[in-house]
Design a protein around this ligand. Structure first.
Ligand code: OXD
Ligand code: MN
Length: 598
């Protein structure tokens, strides 16, 4: 085994796990093209991967997962703190000692018959003072090739690491092979044996039993959000479930915006939006995660810690998001989409009919005109950010990009206006703490109503969510220059009228709202006070060329006091979950809202 490093702590850590997991081989990943080709050829030969047509989809591969291994598993995701209350009411909890005992038993001999890959990776541009280094050990070659797209991976990372510290990330698919046993296409453990465990105090991740996405690519949700959110709290920065975009006005001035929306509310679409108003452009820095630190000039700077997009394929089309679609033109890993007879990919909502004979994610043959499901609803592409047509010129700037505005939002058919601005950082923190999306009982099997997803971090906060709210308040208090803090806004693209008609067209027309936000940051447009915050004047949102009427606009910007009083009751219920850990500053914001509505 070639270790590629002199870092004794790292070598010792790998050796210790080799003893426990007992792999047949150990491979230190250098991140090279040769290595990537070798792994791809190996997976094609074993039947795990299918190479897509080289002309239509150069350097791209197709996978079908096990039907039990198709998404993040929130009820198998644990935050392991000594005291249960430090994980808080929104996380699944186990004590570190108990969890390590359970998992050490599972990890013992778990890589028999397999190869252990040692995957050094950087979250963020190599050498950026906002970036962090992790090392993942995994027995999945799919994880290696995926990590090569989603992070900066390989030898260059070890060179930057030197003998420094790294976040140790342990992963196994949990399917050892007996001598002579034939491997399955997608090895993994049954759902009740999967564990995605986080130890924030010691900055460790132990994942077992799943080979899919956020459960297995440990740099993403596990490190960049759950562990990093805890690191950010102790070190005074922010690790957030936010896209980052650069918005340029017709005069050529660029401002950067970060935005948090719950999963499946269109973050990737907003990050790659094509403005419908002339002269404006949007460039993409990131579509899922933002790490933010104050710069020497007192401004908050953000990096995208990832190097790729792990996007939901279904309903990505030339109409909804051409830039995401074209990010996948080459060098892409597709999982659980359809495989067409000409070795290309297809999914529901791609914008044209599915060819007869397409292989579905369940490996069945699709019959044209039938109602068979072709792609799993959570089918994914892993595409390089550098292949995105709208990638921002500064996306790899180690200094990050200066953030002028932070947006929150969810799917709210009623109550919440198209856009409003927070009066202060604390008010903005309050708005983030009550983010919610309306769910219909039929759709997801949850009780109908507003599902609160504070800061869109519900499944991703590595400690007690109320303490996380407190951390946001303290960032405002500690800001080196309060006047330079980003302005905070709430947006809602999903308002309907009482007949269920969408009031706002969304997609590229969201640029009309972004333009107002831009102008607020420049101080070139006034806002009006309302009980919930600062609203645009209707005439300041450009609706030229849209079918949105002035009456629709009035409705879109309306604050209905009765609906908001009901909202206050729901917010109180939401806050009650956290007992007396809710920061006083947020209770004060809630009291102000209540008073304003009286
Ligand atoms: C994601 C998610 O996969 O938020 O990005 O669920
Ligand atoms: Mn996400």
């Amino acid at each position: 085994m070639t270790t590629l490093t002199k870092n004794q702590k790292l070598i010792q850590w790998v050796n210790d796990w080799v003893k426990v997991m007992q792999p047949d081989n150990v491979v230190w990943c250098d991140g090279s093209e040769e290595e990537n080709n070798r792994l791809n050829e190996m997976m094609v030969a074993s039947g795990m991967a299918i190479k897509l047509d080289e002309k239509k989809r150069p350097n791209s591969f197709y996978y079908q997962s096990d039907p039990s291994d198709v998404a993040r598993v929130e009820n198998r995701t644990f935050i392991c703190t000594e005291k249960e209350e430090d994980a808080g009411p929104t996380n699944y909890w186990e004590s570190p000692a108990k969890m390590k005992e359970i998992l050490l038993a599972k990890y013992t001999g778990c890589m028999k018959g397999r190869t252990m890959y040692v995957i050094p990776f950087s979250m963020g541009p190599l050498g950026s003072n906002i970036a962090q280094i992790g090392v993942e050990i995994s027995d999945s070659p799919y994880v290696v090739t995926s990590m090569r797209i989603m992070t900066r991976m390989g030898k260059a990372v070890l060179d930057v690491l030197g003998d420094g510290d790294f976040v140790p990330c342990v992963h196994s698919v949990g399917a050892p092979l007996a001598p002579g046993q034939k491997d399955v296409k997608w090895p993994c453990a049954p759902i009740e044996e999967k564990y995605i465990s986080h130890f924030p105090a010691t900055k460790e991740i132990w994942s077992y039993g799943s080979g899919y996405g956020g459960n297995a690519l440990l740099g993403k949700k596990c490190f960049a959000l759950r562990i990093a959110s805890y690191m950010a709290k102790t070190e005074g920065w922010l690790a957030e479930h936010m896209l980052i975009l650069g918005l340029t006005n017709p005069a050529g001035v660029t401002k950067y915006i970060a935005a948090a929306f719950p999963s499946a509310c269109g973050k990737t679409n907003l990050a790659m939006l094509i403005p419908s108003i002339p002269g404006w452009t949007v460039k993409t820095v990131g579509d899922d995660i933002a790490w933010m630190k104050f710069g020497k000039d007192g401004q908050l700077y953000a990096i995208n810690p990832e190097a790729g997009f792990f996007g939901v394929a279904p309903f990505t089309s030339e109409q909804t998001n051409p830039n995401a679609l074209h990010s996948c033109d080459k060098d892409t890993i597709f999982t659980n989409v359809g495989l067409t007879p000409d070795k290309n990919v297809w999914w529901e909502g791609i914008g044209y009919d599915c060819p007869d004979g397409t292989i579905t994610w369940k490996n069945e043959v699709y019959k044209a005109g039938s109602d068979m499901q072709v792609a799993h609803p959570n089918a994914r592409f892993a595409a390089k950010a550098s292949n995105c047509p709208t990638i921002d010129p500064k996306w790899e700037d180690p200094a990050g990009v200066p953030i002028s505005a932070i947006l929150f939002g969810g799917r709210r058919p009623s109550t919440v206006p198209l856009v409003y601005e927070a009066r202060s950082w604390n008010h903005g923190t309050f708005i983030g703490s009550v983010v919610g999306s309306e769910v219909t009982a039929a759709a997801i099997g949850l009780a109908a109503g507003v599902r609160r997803d504070p800061f869109a971090m519900l499944p991703f906060c590595g400690y007690n969510m109320a303490d996380y709210f407190g951390h946001w308040i303290s960032i405002g208090e500690k800001a080196p220059d309060k006047a330079k803090l980003p302005k905070i806004f709430n947006v809602n693209w999903f308002r309907k009228d009482e007949n269920g008609r969408w009031l706002w067209p969304g997609y590229g027309d969201n640029s009309r709202v972004l333009a107002w936000i831009f102008n607020r940051c420049e101080g070139s447009v006034e806002a009006v006070e309302s009980p919930i915050g600062l609203l645009p004047k209707a005439q300041d949102i450009d609706i030229s060329g849209l079918s949105v009427t002035p009456a629709d606009m009035t409705e879109l910007l309306k604050v209905d006091k009765n609906l908001w009083k009901a909202e206050v009751d729901l917010i109180k219920e939401h806050y009650a979950r956290f007992g007396n850990r809710i920061p006083a500053a947020l209770n004060a914001e809630l009291a102000t809202l209540e008073k304003n509505l009286a």
